[in-house]
Design a protein around this ligand. Structure first.
Ligand code: PMP
Length: 407
């Protein structure tokens, strides 16, 4: 039978690729942001060094080469997530900007007074606040799908909330607090059944599980490069081509136009229409390297690895009697917990003394904390480089927390 150790072996070597993990540190905060492997750091250094130039404008060879690199990153991203065409990929700052872009452009044109937006109880603030801002502006209503008893999005109840008043369903593919995984294809079918569109916040899914936007049928899919071992400041908005074709620009400026005159200005076709100004050229190059790195290991292998670690951690943590575990048992590599009588920040501080880095707080999910009935949770999250030893150190550290607080 496959044990944690045999599952772990192929990935144990990857730790050496990450300079940020030197010195025996157990970094269990990959859901916030992932450490960067050397090939990504090298690609960034090269792009800012001997390859550096602007894109889309220069007639000189260096700029033409950089433009090719930038567009190659777009094509690579499209292939990675199963998009039909590179033109369906808009580079943005991150998932947050991607969602704000959709709300301000598609949302403002397609959601009006009396229309409904369906979210879920576990959404990140970045998939709540842009919709609240839009709803307030146009007089739309937000409905919140509840969670099941094991704290995943209740897909049955969500389907019951759908009717022709709903114009958009916006959901996290993987919860950044609970690790549960959404059935995107089912949600796409349900949303389309009432004429609504589906936006998926794939921030925690893209680095952990296979994503195929064509197969799943999501209309919009956003994620952030820095959680997939890439640079900060670069993210991805995927949208189906006919949607992007009809969408008005989000920002105006250079690079997003066809012609500009005082009388009338015309816009470039997508995706350029949505990339005003000089883009994050080096970010795109770094993202390309990150995707190559992930693909070389294989997202299926990463998926197996993280689920294995999460399962092992859950099994061990069930043995600490003062500890409450949140989320479904079969989730991916993200788990939240609370300890009786101990504030999550104190858990984090004590674990830090053992060189174990976890996250404590509301994780940008204050409404979810309310649903869970806690002010905050402690969260451990895994990455490619996480090992069985990290889990052991976590469990040992938590046993020490229990002893210190005498719970
Ligand atoms: N959605 C989820 C589920 C997330 O985990 C995060 C990052 N914590 C975001 C959205 C926002 O991503 P970013 O801050 O990179 O825009």
């Amino acid at each position: 039978a496959e044990t944690l150790l045999t599952r772990d072996r192929p990935t144990r070597d990857h730790r050496a690729d990450f300079p940020g993990l030197a010195g025996g540190w157990s970094y269990l905060d990959s859901a916030a942001t992932a450490q960067k492997p050397a090939p990504v750091i090298d690609a960034i250094a090269k792009a800012y060094g001997e390859e550096y130039a602007t894109v889309h404008r220069g007639v000189y060879a260096r700029s033409a080469t950089m433009t090719e690199r930038y567009e190659a990153a777009r094509a690579r991203t499209a292939r990675f997530m199963g998009a039909d065409s590179a033109n369906e990929i808009v580079f943005v700052r991150g998932a947050t900007e991607g969602i704000n872009l959709v709300a301000a452009s598609w949302g403002a044109a397609n959601i009006g007074a009396g229309d409904r937006i369906v979210l879920s109880a576990l959404e990140h603030h970045s998939n709540i606040v842009p919709w609240q801002m839009l709803a307030e502006r146009v007089g739309a209503e937000i409905l919140v799908a509840p969670l099941t008893s094991d704290q995943r999005i209740d897909e049955d109840r969500l389907e019951e909330m759908l009717d022709e008043r709903v114009k958009l369903v916006a959901l996290a593919h993987v919860s950044n607090v609970l690790g549960g995984i959404l059935d995107v294809a089912r949600m796409a079918k349900a949303a389309h059944g009432v004429g609504a569109k589906l936006l998926i916040d794939g921030c925690q899914a893209a680095p952990r599980i296979p994503v195929d936007v064509s197969a799943s049928g999501a209309d919009f899919y956003v994620w952030s490069g820095h959680k997939l071992y890439g640079p900060t400041g670069i993210g991805v908005l995927y949208a189906k081509a006919p949607l992007l074709d009809d969408m008005a620009p989000y920002q105006g400026g250079g690079s997003m136009i066809e012609t500009v005159s005082w009388e009338s200005t015309s816009y470039a076709p997508p995706p350029q229409r949505f990339e005003a100004g000089t883009p994050h050229i080096v970010g795109a190059v770094g993202l390309h390297a990150a995707i190559d790195y992930v693909d070389a290991i294989g997202i299926e292998a990463i998926d197996r690895h993280e689920r294995g670690l999460a399962r092992a951690a859950r099994d061990a943590l069930h043995g600490i009697n003062s500890l409450t575990l949140f989320g479904p048992d079969d989730g991916t590599g993200i788990l939240s917990f609370a300890m009786k009588g101990v504030h999550p920040h104190d858990i984090g501080t004590i674990l830090d003394e053992e060189q174990v880095a976890i996250r404590a707080g509301h994780h940008c999910c204050q409404p979810l904390m309310e649903t869970l009935g806690v002010p905050a949770t402690a969260r451990a999250s895994f990455g490619i480089y996480s090992t069985a030893e990290d889990v052991e150190k976590l469990v040992k550290g938590l046993s020490r927390v229990q002893r210190i607080f005498g719970s």
